[in-house]
Design a protein around this ligand. Structure first.
Ligand SMILES: NC(=O)c1ccc[n+]([C@@H]2O[C@H](COP(=O)([O-])OP(=O)(O)OC[C@H]3O[C@@H](n4cnc5c(N)ncnc54)[C@H](O)[C@@H]3O)[C@@H](O)[C@H]2O)c1
Length: 320
């Protein structure tokens, strides 16, 4: 199986590429080594992938339509996992143009480049951010979506564009609304990794909205098992949207409480609610479970412990 992963130097793309390579698939990975967070961390991920003989890396910016088209021509790709995007909600207030470029123009360039290829599946990352500040929980795929920030708006547009391309060009597509993925090789701008970095660097930790945030934390290893299953299943519709979440809302301070028993507790500085932030996410994962078969999610504290072990082993505070 020949699989294209965009954003393979990123958190999710890297973890999936590694899992697929371990199963002897051929993986073509592309990434532009964007500087949103540590390029050193991204390069470390890619050098781990380069140890597999079935891995090929192309440094490409998906906003470069001509280069993308040229590079993908005649590659005989079976499945695409599209993860390359400008991620993060807060940064969308600082640099909205980057979201428009990578998430809208980049997405459009990619679907344009592959619309005439005989693909088995095109699986792309959407986000729980499309729901916005909903009051109806758990969040279900069929409810009205009203994103609160530009990041969420770009993901909503991706879903609409995918629906259109899937119909026009008969492509099997799956849009995945990821809910706060965390774990090994996690993003330094996200809560769990950020807290570990504050602890190991002995620097203050800023707790937004005084810690009154609830997240449907989803462990990366569970997500990877789900992605491996999704690559094989045939879904009912040509284009499906699925929540990918453990379905268990957790107050973010539970992470701090758990880690404070094990590692240095950094000084906590309380902050007010940040403008782009959502207070609560809690997804309904019954459609996901119907699609991939019943699935048991890793216990939160076990996943936190695994993440801590990875962080210490790789001395991540020296890289990020
Ligand atoms: N991690 C989460 O909790 C989460 C939640 C919801 C949605 N998502 C989505 O999942 C996908 C992967 O997220 P992640 O956490 O791995 O993020 P990440 O930032 O670690 O990975 C994204 C990768 O895409 C690359 N990239 C960015 N712009 C690019 C461009 N124009 N051309 C080529 N490469 C580009 C970056 O260099 C990066 O390596 C993203 O689409 C993100 O929006 C993630």
């Amino acid at each position: 199986m020949k699989i294209l992963i965009t954003g393979c130097a990123g958190f999710i793309g890297f973890n999936l590429a590694k899992a697929l390579l371990e199963k002897n698939n051929f993986v073509l990975g592309i990434d532009n080594y964007d500087n949103y967070y540590s390029i050193k961390l991204k390069k470390k991920r890619v050098s781990a992938l380069k140890k597999f003989k079935n891995f090929k890396f192309l440094k490409i910016d998906i906003t470069n339509e001509l280069l993308l088209k040229k590079s993908l021509a005649k590659k005989k790709i079976d499945i695409i996992f599209h993860f390359a995007a400008q991620a993060g909600v807060r940064y969308s207030l600082i640099n909205p143009q980057k979201y428009i470029k990578s998430n809208l123009i980049g997405f459009c360039n990619l679907v344009e480049s592959i619309k005439n290829i005989k693909l088995k599946k095109f699986i792309y990352a959407s986000s729980s951010s499309v729901y916005g500040e909903s009051r109806k929980f758990p969040l279900s795929e069929n409810q009205l979506i009203k994103p609160k920030n530009i990041y969420g708006i770009t993901k909503k547009f991706n879903e609409e564009l995918a629906e259109n391309y899937s119909n026009l060009y008969n492509i099997n597509m799956i849009g995945l609304r990821f809910f706060t993925i965390f774990g090994e090789w996690g993003r330094p701008d996200m809560f769990v990794t950020k807290f570990l970095t504050s602890s190991f660097k002995k620097k203050p930790f800023y707790l937004n909205n005084r810690g009154n945030h609830v997240r449907d934390f989803t462990y990366i290893k569970d997500l990877i098992q789900i992605l491996l299953k999704l690559q094989k299943v045939n879904l009912r519709k040509k284009h499906e949207i699925l929540n990918v979440c453990s379905g268990k809302p957790i107050n973010i301070t539970r992470t701090i409480k758990h880690y404070s028993k094990k590692i240095y507790k950094p000084k906590i500085i309380m902050r007010s609610l940040q403008k782009a932030d959502i207070i609560k996410t809690h997804g309904n994962n019954s459609k996901l479970k119907k699609s991939v078969g019943n699935f048991s999610f890793t216990k939160f504290e076990i996943a936190l412990d695994n993440t801590l072990t990875w962080y210490k082993k790789n001395k991540i505070e020296k890289i990020v």
